[in-house]
Design a binder for this molecule. Structure first.
Ligand code: DGL
Length: 264
């Protein structure tokens, strides 16, 4: 597996927000981008469904692609299934954790918003992060399946309505103390893909943070000293369902250097 690619896994295109900073640090690393399009979206699924589905799928993907490292580029899957996946696979697994720590470091008002999927924001894991890293902050949460769909629509080349981003953010700002939020954690990997739209819909100066750059540094650390193939690396995307909806993502994937699409 030492010659293998890095395998990124998400329900959809969200993991591309982790691929981008990883490519910047490791330009020679071949990437397999795996999207569970047949199981999308994860954010409205139960813990039991995700805990059963993700390790089984990753097992098949590891068997097929022999990656040197697996990245669960999905907060929902990571906060629910990371320990099970680690126990089931014999390759290193990097997960995605809501970036509450950097948010607490950046906040001056000490009121932080956590924007994720419904499944992520209800996890005890998030309580734990808030208690450990943001004990002196008010941490407000909002789960949005709509924002995940908006990100998918944008990457499929469809126009999205700016009013919808404002409506999503009001789920945070309309809570008690919500108007004092000065940092928002994009706790779903889909959300940095609509960073410009979110910034335009938020009050000026709002600071957004996500886990992507930190995960990329972790991947670079774990693969330090390893050899990569010489020349331009070959990247591919694999989908659990490959239909017209997924084919519409081809131009967006090409923007990340991913030119081959296949079905699992
Ligand atoms: N991108 C995913 C996350 O980080 C999940 C999106 C979804 O399928 O609901 O949570």
């Amino acid at each position: 597996m030492s010659g293998g690619p890095i395998l990124f896994f998400d329900s959809g295109v969200g993991g591309l927000s982790v691929v981008a900073p990883t490519r910047a640090l490791l330009p020679h690393a071949p990437i397999v981008y795996a999207a569970d399009s047949a199981g999308f979206p994860y954010g409205v699924k139960s813990e039991a469904e995700i805990a059963a589905r993700v390790p089984a799928l990753l097992g098949r993907l590891v068997e097929r692609y022999r990656p040197r490292l697996v990245v669960i580029a999905c907060n929902t899957a990571s906060t629910i299934a990371l320990p099970v996946v680690r126990a089931a696979l014999d390759v290193p697994v990097v997960g995605t954790v809501p970036a509450i720590k950097p948010a607490a470091e950046a906040s001056r008002s000490r009121v932080i918003g956590v924007l994720g999927t419904e499944a992520t924001v209800r996890q005890a894991y998030v309580d734990d992060l808030a208690a450990r890293f943001a004990a002196d902050c008010i941490v407000l949460r909002h789960g949005s399946a709509e924002l995940v769909r908006l990100a998918e629509a944008k990457l499929a080349g469809r126009a999205t309505d700016p009013g919808r981003y404002r409506a999503v953010l009001s789920g945070l700002f309309d809570q008690p103390d919500g108007k004092r939020i000065d940092v928002i954690v994009n706790a779903c990997t889909h959300f940095p893909l609509v960073a410009a739209e979110l910034a335009a819909a938020a009050p000026p100066g709002m600071h957004f943070v996500d886990g992507g750059p930190g995960i990329a540094r972790r991947i670079a650390f774990l693969t330090q000293g390893q050899d990569w193939p010489v020349g331009t690396p070959h990247h591919r995307a694999v989908f659990t369902r490959l239909d017209d909806a997924e084919r519409a993502l081809a131009p967006a994937l090409a923007g990340y250097g991913i030119v081959q699409m296949e079905a699992l």
